[in-house]
Ligand binder design. Sequence first.
Ligand code: SAM
Length: 231
Amino acid sequence: MNEHTLSQRLERVAAHVPAGARLADIGSDHAYLPVALMRRGVITAAVAGEVATTPFHAANRTVADNGLEPRISVRLANGLEAIEAGDDITAISLCGMGGETIRDILDSGKARLSGRERLILQPNGGEQPLRQWLMENGYQILHEEVLRENRFYYEVIVAEHAGPVIYSEEQLYFGPQHLQARSPVFLAKWQRLLGKKQKTLVSFEQARHKVPEEKLQEIARQIEWITQMFG
Ligand code: SAM
């Protein structure tokens, strides 16, 4: 993967960045996503934010190699602190991090959100707490995708601020758009997870005295939800 050829995962994220967007890619690593989108003429400006110095230098290098310094600002900053008032950002991507990390970045950077940005999120696990944050903060989930690459399942969640939204526990768990679309790859992901959770439940039950009852009940409830969803 590089700025010319994105991974399938980042390609699916790229597909949801609106034409003409001013993008903030937070946790940008090599800045492949903003550089690829700029080279394709999809975006008009970008900020690549990185909290760690090695990826920050990598991002600077990709931007410089492509002569894009005037249009892509690479900033060493924690989360949404990379966004400055005059950036006029219209889309924010947060990809390749745990859902809880993405949620924490959004939550601690709330003051930097205008509410007009499209959020394009690609969590690696932790989708439920991320969707919970979106709901609690008035973001509607517009699109969801699951894709499989290198034997892993990845999720993409696209959300925009819309005022109060309410999702049920099942919608937060599976994803409201996924529950409607029920794509083959979504069903395959949950089939695999169901198998894993059933195995976990058996081992928990065998070690009952060592596992908190709450944990046991939680996994049993998840198995029930998944089974019902297939029902
Ligand atoms: N977004 C790229 C992708 O999807 O291919 C890179 C993903 S990489 C696994 C996660 C990156 O997020 C790392 O480079 C890490 O330094 C950065 N990161 C983690 N927490 C961050 C934070 N609070 N603010 C900015 N960057 C962060």
